[in-house]
Design a protein. Structure first.
Length: 295
């Protein structure tokens, strides 16, 4: 490596360290605002669902929000990480909220490192540094992180999985690397169920890259799936034994609620569905069906 490249890499790392400190400071400042402010300015409703759930788990009441009815309607990794916090604070919910958001702030800040490494392996240290900076200092990322739900943990696991895969893909393709990818993918799924799509994308990439040697891609997919399943198996078995399904019961409830009013007529059903998804579109849509006035 030339002297110029060494200096550039050192500058990138110093810039990342500085950005981590700034990004962490912003997140911690939010985390320690009064809880009355947090509850209506920053936190999502589901954050307090997690906090109460963690409090019950820590007290031995089990996986329940109301203290009576058991549930698997949550993403387990984040809930497990919260349990020691709420065991420590006891009934001091305000302190628990601050410490939970501090955990979220730390996790979100640490995520900059795998983002940097992934960009470095795919393109260059500069690309990695830009990716890390965007994550750390993007106001939208900060807002989503500090809602207090599982997003920060999910993005962190997602980033580490992607980093492990692109490193394995661009460097020596060892069995140890496949095991690591599978385990990290399992954690990503436990952080948020949609993480299974990341694992599917990685497997699909191998099938495309190794299309001339399909047996190698099949071995990769089998091993990754196996080690991801090892991580997820306790949760899956518990959910099936208690609720008869590996899926969160909240997902079924949301689906039933969302589609309860769908018309039977096919054309009317399409119009109804477009109306539902339009909520996610920008206010001034490019589609002529919707106007800025919302009329």
């Amino acid at each position: 490596m030339s002297a110029l490249n060494i200096r550039r890499a050192l500058l990138d790392k110093r810039l990342i360290v500085f950005s981590v400190l700034v990004g962490l400071a912003i997140r911690l400042w939010i985390a320690w605002q009064p809880t009355d402010e947090l509850s209506w300015r920053a936190n999502a409703d589901d954050a307090y669902y997690y906090f109460k759930l963690a409090q019950h788990l820590g007290s031995g009441a089990g996986a329940t929000f109301d203290g009576v009815n058991p549930t698997n309607g949550f993403h387990p990794l984040y809930a497990v990480l919260l349990v020691p916090i709420f065991q420590y604070v006891g009934n001091d919910i305000d302190r628990g909220v601050h410490l939970a958001l501090t955990l979220v702030a730390l996790v979100s800040s640490v995520t900059a490192w795998p983002i940097y490494l992934a960009g470095k392996y795919v393109h260059s240290p500069l690309a990695g540094a830009i990716g890390a900076l965007v994550h750390l200092l993007n106001p939208w990322v900060v807002i989503l992180t500090m809602t207090g739900v599982e997003s920060a943990v999910y993005v962190c696991c997602f980033a580490w999985t992607v980093m492990a895969y692109v490193r394995w893909r661009s460097h020596e393709q060892s069995l140890r690397g496949i095991v690591l990818i599978g385990l990290l993918a399992g954690l990503t799924i436990m952080a948020r169920s949609e993480g299974v799509l990341l694992l599917a994308g990685i497997v699909l990439d191998r099938l495309v890259v190794d299309r001339q040697v399909p047996g190698r891609a099949i071995v990769f997919a089998t091993l990754c799936g196996l080690f991801a399943a090892v991580v997820c198996l306790p949760w899956v078995l518990w959910s099936i034994s208690r609720f008869g399904t590996p899926l969160q019961i909240s997902a079924s409830a949301i689906m039933l609620h969302s589609y309860a009013g769908m018309p039977a007529d096919a054309i009317a059903a399409v119009e109804w569905y477009i109306g539902r998804i339009s909520w996610f579109l920008p206010r001034c849509s490019i589609f002529p069906l919707y106007s800025c006035s919302g009329s």
